[in-house]
Design a protein around this ligand. Structure first.
Ligand code: UDP
Length: 329
């Protein structure tokens, strides 16, 4: 049994590969290296450089390696970019996913784990979010992912492809052993941005909005450590292979932190008082997105190991320092 990990040279995919390696799994990484890096793929893991829209190549890889499961991470993930280039996002995230699903079905792949997103909930007013909260994405990014969820549900019914849909909340941090982390330039996410500011890789940062109806006026998000998220994928794979029925699962701890809390934590742990400006709200940011975090625990037996903001930030800072040393910037 071999698993195909699309986007395995990227941030979250590479963490799943690291976790899978410890279980002795055979892995093939499939990545176009547009935002991933070959040096994030551990030695000994096969890396196929290719486009998930290339069905002939996918079919060949599935047959040659007797792939029984696919974890599909490869996607474009920048929400504002999806606003300016929706068709690019629908091509990459939706049309090409359709090609991948078709190759999977035709190649007899049984299990499929899909990287979805809390963005499918859009501006839901229901807090905390459960898997039953109605999807109402507001960005092309969220819509491009929700359409794939629907395709997978239909493909499961029609062809028996067993699909687990994992909706990620705010992913952050890095491998505790320092082997992987977020390396994509131009990152916009809060903890990454703050870690860049703390390590001098950017001059400072902004808080987008201080007048939200939250205790300290800044937005609240449910931050999940990337290695805990990776473990959820490994557990989902075990669950599917042992006959569990595919479903939707929110990947989150079930409690949130505000932007100010995050920045204060990064300053405390790094010991660097970097400049922070108070700016206007960023369009489309809901005040609070927090999940219950119950289903992931009860269905998969998931027990987070890094459910602490200090730990997430410590690992994010160590990774940022590593990148800085690597590139001398
Ligand atoms: N944020 C911020 N400054 C930054 C980056 C993000 O104030 O430099 C805020 C953003 O407005 C949101 C929260 O941090 O309220 C989390 O944003 P992020 O982009 O990390 O994730 P999102 O929840 O948008 O997916």
């Amino acid at each position: 049994m071999t698993i195909l990990v699309t986007g395995g040279a990227g941030y979250i995919g590479s963490h799943m590969v690291l976790d899978l390696l410890e279980t002795g799994e055979e892995i093939v990484v499939f990545d176009d290296l547009s935002t991933g890096f070959p040096w994030l793929v551990p030695q000994g893991v096969t890396l196929v450089e290719g486009d998930i829209g290339d069905k002939a190549l996918l079919s060949r890889v599935i047959a040659d390696h007797q792939i029984d499961a696919i974890a599909h991470f490869a996607a474009k993930i920048v929400v504002p970019d999806s606003m300016s280039d929706p068709l690019g996002y629908y091509l990459n995230n939706t049309s090409k996913a359709r090609t991948l699903i078709e190759a999977a079905v035709e190649g007899g792949v049984k299990h499929f784990i899909f990287s979805s997103t809390a963005a499918v909930y859009g501006e839901t007013r229901e807090m905390p979010v459960t898997e039953e909260s109605p999807p109402a994405p507001v960005s092309p990014y969220g819509r491009s992912k929700l359409m794939v969820e629907w395709m997978l549900e239909d493909a499961s019914r029609a062809y028996g492809l067993n699909a687990m849909i994992l909706r990620y909340f705010n992913v952050a941090g890095a491998d505790p052993k320092g082997r992987s982390g977020q390396a994509t330039p131009r990152a916009t996410h809060l903890i990454k941005t703050a870690a860049e500011a703390a390590t001098g890789r950017r001059a400072g940062m902004s808080i987008f909005g201080t007048d939200y109806a939250t205790p300290d006026g800044t937005c609240i998000r449910d931050y999940i450590h990337v290695s805990d998220l990776a473990r959820a994928h490994v557990l989902a794979l075990d669950y599917l292979r042992s006959g569990g029925k595919g479903t939707v699962i929110n990947c989150a701890y079930g409690h949130g932190s505000s932007v100010r809390e995050v920045i204060d934590t990064v300053k405390k742990i790094s010991g660097v008082d970097f400049p922070v400006s108070l700016d206007d709200r960023r369009p489309g940011d809901p005040p609070e997105i927090v999940a219950t975090g119950e289903k992931i625990r009860s269905l998969l037996g998931w027990q987070p190991r890094f459910d602490h903001l200090d730990t997430i930030v410590t690992h994010a800072l160590a990774w940022e320092q590593h990148l800085k040393d690597r590139t001398n910037t």
